[in-house]
Design a protein around this ligand. Structure first.
Ligand code: GAP
Length: 572
């Protein structure tokens, strides 16, 4: 190895190069930056040569060790694989995820410097990106990806008569109870109160009376002239209230859906379990309207979709849920309507296509006493949270309840005349999902620890807050210049970061924890060949890609259009 001096903008820079044979030619290849003076360069050269020698010796020793192990240890390999699996499977509890989200910059308690406020959360630099991507993917799949659904964005505060008509003022009511023994506070549905025992200690509950979880506010700055309005407790009602306008403006034909994503508020008695039960949250909802009795034409699409099914009968008989083909569950009449089954299958597909683990999902039918005031039949997709199976997404059959009520209260006609028939459209299925609960699911299923115990957040690249991190391998001007040019170009399309501090290993680890799927390194070869390495977060494999092809390759990788190994020249 030899020292090379370069003059850049009149200043001296020293590098360590080594001679490499390529075919019948010998080329000088850059190994490291040595500083700005000959003296400094000589000193660093000795240090680097010693380090390389030590690394080579270590490598040789490791190879010898692996050789002896592999001769006599098929069992050991299996055990190792199982341990790997176990480490991969390491699941956080809800508090563990809360702590990780705070430490890494995903979610903070809202107004934490003043002690926070129960049920309110602030999304930080990584969390806000993940949440934005999640909503964007939902919108793409449900609205841009289909011809039959359009989106709206209604107001958070609307005319309070909307909530009188919908039944929320009179019937959106829970009962507050407090355990007489341990003081545990919770809410119960009215039908659950009689004979209920404390979930925590089995003690008797003290009934504190009914409450309506809608937040109220005054509209108008002068008290005497103001009216009391509500912060919406669901996004759905704005869809019903705007139904006729939207249908006519967008010239929609049945069957069709109207979707909305936005904030909802519920003054929960005891917000708990991190993002699971918030007072301020977001919903992604679809009201899917049909002419009564209209059949679902997409049933062939859902054949072969299997999920654990837990219907009302199984619950009453204290039986276990059964793994079923959803199409068959419909044919057998376990799930009554075709539209219900279809939407459950589509939503399950959305989750799993973005990396959620199928084994953590099941569907459960509401028993007759737990259904909402508007529902004919309701199923939930439940997720196996660390606290147990809980509702992730609801699918209520609301029939014509909402449009009929709005017609009655507003005196506006909601009836449709089509093909010589007059009818009020039915919502046979309302897929209704909380953004925060989906956020939890993707975080739980992405969280893993590698063999060294480092956290790797295996988020689908489409959801990942940062799509790529760019590193110059050393802090030399020409490395930095190329890395900066690369990042400038990538920034036009994605959220990417530039990271030049710490060892490469440290930089990889930092980005693995943030869920960044690709790390791009500018190294010695990059300067000569105008290429970079891309390292895959999950397999840790690397490929070399020309700088002018980088954006195209990255786009295909993020959209899962190519396998990583085929994205460039594999680095052995
Ligand atoms: N429009 C129907 C509706 O709002 P819901 O079952 O009351 O139905 C739908 O809510 C979804 O909204 C739930 O499945 C859940 O994902 C989410 N959600 C409801 N309350 C929530 C809360 N307090 N915190 C977080 N998410 C909530």
């Amino acid at each position: 190895m030899h020292i090379v001096k370069k003059i850049i903008s009149g200043k001296e820079y020293y590098y360590l190069n080594k001679s490499v044979r390529e075919g019948d030619k010998v080329r000088s290849k850059n190994v490291a930056y040595l500083g700005k003076s000959r003296e400094e360069a000589e000193k660093k050269k000795i240090e680097i040569e010693e380090k390389i020698k030590m690394e080579e010796e270590n490598k040789k020793m490791n190879e010898e060790k692996v050789g002896t192990e592999s001769k006599n240890s098929v069992g050991a390999k299996e055990i190792n694989e199982k341990q790997e699996q176990k480490k991969e499977d390491k699941r956080l509890d809800i508090e563990g995820l809360n702590n990780f989200c705070k430490r890494k910059g995903f979610v903070y308690p809202s107004g934490e410097i003043y002690g926070g406020l129960g049920g309110f959360w602030d999304f930080a630099h990584l969390g806000s990106e993940l949440k934005k991507n999640l909503k964007e993917q939902w919108w793409k799949y449900h609205i841009h990806g289909r011809e039959d659904i359009i989106g709206i964005d209604g107001a958070i505060i609307t005319n309070p008569k909307v909530w009188e008509a919908s039944g929320h003022v009179a019937s959106f009511v829970d009962v507050a109870v407090v355990c007489k023994k341990c003081g545990y506070k919770t809410k119960l549905d009215k039908h659950e109160v009689e004979g209920a025992k404390c979930d925590k200690c089995g003690g008797e509950y003290d009934n504190k009376g009914e409450f309506n979880p809608m937040f109220t506010t005054q509209v108008g700055p002068v008290k005497e002239d103001s009216i009391t309005a509500y912060l919406r407790p669901e996004t759905a009602q704005l869809i019903f209230a705007n139904f006729k306008l939207v249908m006519d403006n967008a010239r929609m034909k049945f069957p069709f859906g109207i979707a909305q994503v936005g904030k909802s508020f519920r003054n929960e008695l005891s917000p708990r379990e991190f993002l699971f039960r918030c007072r301020e949250f977001e919903q992604m909802e679809i009201e899917y309207f049909i002419e009564p009795e209209m059949e679902c034409p997409h049933m062939e699409e859902i054949k072969g979709v299997n999920i654990l099914v837990y219907d009302e009968k199984m619950q009453e008989g204290k039986l276990e849920p059964e793994l079923m083909d959803l199409f068959e569950a419909w044919e057998k009449g376990i799930i009554k309507t075709d539209w219900h089954v279809y939407w459950i299958a589509k939503e399950y597909e959305w989750f799993t296509s973005l990396g959620a683990k199928a084994e953590n999902f099941r569907i459960r039918q509401h028993i007759s006493t737990e259904k909402s005031h508007y529902a004919i039949d309701t199923w939930d997709i439940e997720y196996n949270f660390p606290m147990g199976w809980r509702e992730l997404q609801g699918f209520a059959n609301r029939g014509d309840f909402d449009l009929k009520e709005h017609q009655k209260h507003s005196k506006e006609k909601m009836e449709i005349s089509e093909n010589g028939k007059k009818f009020i459209p039915h919502v046979v299925c309302e897929p209704s999902l909380g953004v925060e609960r989906a956020f939890l699911v993707f975080m739980f299923d992405a969280y893993s620890e590698d063999e060294k115990g480092n956290i790797v957040l295996k988020l689908n690249p489409k959801l990942a807050p940062i799509k790529a991190a760019v590193f110059p391998i050393v802090k030399q001007p020409e490395f930095i210049e190329l890395a900066e040019n690369v990042i400038k170009d990538l920034r036009k399309e994605w959220n990417v970061v530039y990271d030049k501090s710490g060892s490469i290993g440290r930089r990889y680890a930092r980005n693995d924890e943030a869920g960044t799927p690709y790390c791009i390194t500018v190294d010695g070869d990059s300067l000569e060949n105008d290429d970079v390495t891309i390292r895959d977060r999950d397999s840790k494999k690397q490929v070399r890609v020309k700088v002018d092809k980088l954006k195209e390759v990255l786009r295909k990788l993020i959209n899962s259009e190519i396998e990583f190994q085929k994205a460039g020249k594999l680095v052995e």
